[in-house]
Write a protein that binds this ligand. Sequence first.
Ligand code: NAG
Length: 436
Amino acid sequence: MTQLTLLNPGAMRRVHTFSAMILLAALFMILYITLNLETASVPKAVRNDLHQQSSLWGQKNDVKTQSSTHESTTTPKPDVYNVSVSDVFRQSIPQNGAYWNRLMHSALRELDKGGNTFRHASSWPLCRENNQESLQTNVHDFTSYPFLFQNFLQVMNCRSPPVLFNQPNKCITSEGGGAVPIFLLLAIKSVPGNFERRQAVRETWGREVHQGGLQVRTVFLLGTSPQDHPDLSLLLSFEAQQFGDVLQWDFDESLLNLTLKMNMFLQWTLKHCPHVSFVFSGDDDVFMNTPALLKYLQSQEVSSKAPQLYVGQIITKGSPMRDPNNKYYIPLSFFDGPYPAYAGGGGFLYSGALLQPLYSLLSVIPFFPIDDVYAGMCFNALGVSPELHPGFKTFDIKDHDRQNLCIHKDLLLIHQRSPSQIKTLWKGIHNPLLTC
Ligand SMILES: *[C@@H]1O[C@H](CO)[C@@H](O)[C@H](O)[C@H]1NC(C)=O
């Protein structure tokens, strides 16, 4: 696939565009039929509602000035949390000439002086007007960085993209009068075009109803498609309305923007779902055994480690990729040092109690372009060590095990499964006739 792309990018793009158009046409027809079956006036209602909501959301961006009926005074204020950074983390970042390392150490010096480490960039549209000159002065080979990487550096302090779809009531539950605490929040990284993957997740492991009455909530985290892609906003607005699980911000989807996505998710959760017990962060192409995961979490809940949980498949002794053609390329003049032990971004778990401290650290630790490494740095700075759980298979499993349902019954997560594989596996592990 990659090789094909390299050989003939034009042809590949045409094929992609063509298949995307067919998929879109099909989706439109399904939507059209569904809408017409229900009532002819629904689309208008949807649009009106969205219009109303978007004007509301327009005001909601500023955490400090926003007020709405559901925002209680108990919502933590991201900025006032007392931040401290572990010695282990401080010592793990070599003091050298690399740009990120310098930013990090200067932030630590500021922090120790009691200063405000993060200089908030100007408002969203302005902060992207770049500081190319100063970057070129600070990073001697800046112009040799890949285009997207240059771009990352230019916008790494931009942190307030407009909200396009919000779900402010996601975690408001009241059964029998009292609010019910949310046990697990599933935060699934997706991109606008992945309708099919999201639907498979909704129908299987991302369901909000599970046995045992534990409250589970699911949100999909989205940025926006690049300009040259088809405009999916109407489809998305239908989806967001219909399922109530789409969160979207107005920034470009890109691998290097996933740390920004993490930032937006933490901000959203602290505002709208602050009392959740556990958080799962993962991709939209994983198979997760939610019942097994819930069982595991229940067993953890009673342990004293519960508020310090950070679990997944752990990558230790990782170091930056120095090949410019690698997807995860990190130039030496940008970051020079080892990676902390971190949980693979395909899917990992952490305690809700860590949301606030994590978010506070995001204004101390400069954004790093690889989100799971960045998360690892933050946990490390909090003094929380990642814990390996053998049930997380973010690098897949042996070929001959892939059809074995009994193996899947005991696993928690497997990375890279198609929507139909996810459905088959889900049905399989729930088959009452399955004997292992
Ligand atoms: C991240 O999103 C911003 C805002 O849309 C965009 O300007 C920037 O190019 C994106 N970054 C990358 C590396 O694509």
